[in-house]
Write a protein that binds this ligand. Structure first.
Ligand SMILES: *[C@@H]1O[C@H](CO)[C@@H](O)[C@H](O)[C@H]1NC(C)=O
Ligand SMILES: *[C@@H]1O[C@H](CO)[C@@H](O)[C@H](O)[C@H]1NC(C)=O
Ligand SMILES: *[C@@H]1O[C@H](CO)[C@@H](O)[C@H](O)[C@H]1NC(C)=O
Ligand SMILES: *[C@@H]1O[C@H](CO)[C@@H](O)[C@H](O)[C@H]1NC(C)=O
Length: 324
């Protein structure tokens, strides 16, 4: 162990020259995010942090529609980040033939469900568990229920992590909102956040039918890759759950309209599920307004904007919402 440490420290200093300024930036970032390391970890994390910061600074010098920034993930490599925060198994994202009926009416140019009423709960934090799909699901059902029944109640992700396996969901290893809505429909209910709180670990299912607080009557799948149906659904009905492919450039997203040449637009690459709560356009670029589940200090107070109209990162591959 000791020998490894010395060798490692030596290889760090020779292969990668760190300046006093790099260390200064790292230490202020550590203080901001309350990070502590042992000596070995310190040098390892300093190196990763410095590489991330270089990429961020370089990106921000260019002319892009979004900026990158340091955040709580800045001491992780993308492969570490992927293991802890993204879905590990390829999902059966196969809503090829959807069952959405377009309104064929006039759509608003822009919409933001956060501003239309008390329809969107505060941003939550999934922690180190690939349970994004449960947050996308609760976020959508919370909003759909609030819009249709007049009451906004935070719902349980943990029930979905612990209980929804029969519908091809895999707790902290991934799942899909469409499959979670199916579970809630057949299970005849989802409990509240308060009654079945989040732990970020997969545990034994302790669903109590008497405590069911939200219900799903039917599930609507958007036709795969039909982003216009998504616009129609968000513009006329409610927020919509969707999945997309997160690549390394997304980990350091700060603000603006995210667009990427690193991600793919295919169904088999989606590894993160989120919630579209609105759309708009900025300097001629159309975008989605999206609620994430990485806490409110990530991105734009926990939200991000992503380019709309190009099936960016496969975002229209498997979108869905419940009818209550
Ligand atoms: C930055 O990009 C935008 C959009 O592509 C373009 O309109 C603008 O002229 C560019 N600005 C500079 C300084 O290159
Ligand atoms: C995909 O579907 C098949 C058949 O229903 C199932 O066995 C498999 O576990 C699913 N994969 C995932 C990642 O859900
Ligand atoms: C919607 O998607 C879910 C899960 O992917 C699937 O089980 C269900 O059959 C689909 N519903 C329709 C009406 O296609
Ligand atoms: C994916 O991207 C390719 C290349 O830009 C494009 O030709 C194709 O139509 C896209 N497919 C979908 C389903 O969006």
């Amino acid at each position: 162990m000791f020998v490894f440490h010395v060798l490692f420290a030596a290889s760090v200093t020779s292969a990668f020259r760190l300046s006093e300024q790099d260390e200064f930036h790292f230490k202020s970032w550590m203080a901001q995010y309350n990070k502590e390391y042992n000596l070995k970890e310190y040098y390892q994390r300093l190196q990763i942090f410095t590489e991330n910061k270089k990429r961020i600074d370089k990106h921000n010098e260019g002319n892009h529609s979004f900026t990158m920034g340091l955040n709580e993930f800045s001491d992780m490599t993308f492969s570490e980040f992927r293991k802890s925060f993204l879905m590990s198994e390829p999902q059966n994202c196969s809503a090829t033939k959807g069952n959405y009926f377009s309104s064929n009416g006039l759509l608003p140019d822009s919409i933001d469900w956060r501003k239309k009423g008390n329809y969107v709960t505060p941003v939550k934090n999934q922690g180190g568990c690939g349970s994004c799909w449960t947050f996308s699901t609760t976020g959508c059902l919370e909003s759909v229920t609030a819009i249709n029944k007049g009451k906004l109640v935070p719902l349980s992700e943990q029930q979905l992590v612990d209980c929804a396996q029969d519908f091809n969901n895999h707790g902290c290893n991934g799942g899909l909102p469409s499959q979670a809505f199916e579970y809630i429909m057949y299970n005849k209910g989802l409990m509240t956040e308060q009654d079945y709180p989040y732990t970020a670990f997969e545990g034994k299912c302790v669903y109590k039918p008497g405590k069911a607080a939200a219900f799903v009557n039917s599930v609507v799948n958007i036709t795969a890759y039909n982003e216009l149906e998504m616009v129609d659904a968000v513009g006329t009905h409610n927020p919509v759950s969707f999945a997309f492919e997160v690549t390394s450039d997304f980990m350091s997203y700060h603000q603006g309209v995210y667009t990427s040449t690193e991600c793919h637009n295919t169904t088999d690459k989606v590894n993160h599920a989120v919630l579209a709560v609105g759309y708009g356009q900025e300097n001629g670029t159309p975008y989605w307004i999206v609620k994430n589940s990485w806490g409110s200090s990530w991105g734009m107070n926990g939200y991000f904007l992503i380019e709309r109209g190009k099936n960016m990162c496969g975002l229209a591959a498997c979108a869905s919402f419940p009818v209550v």
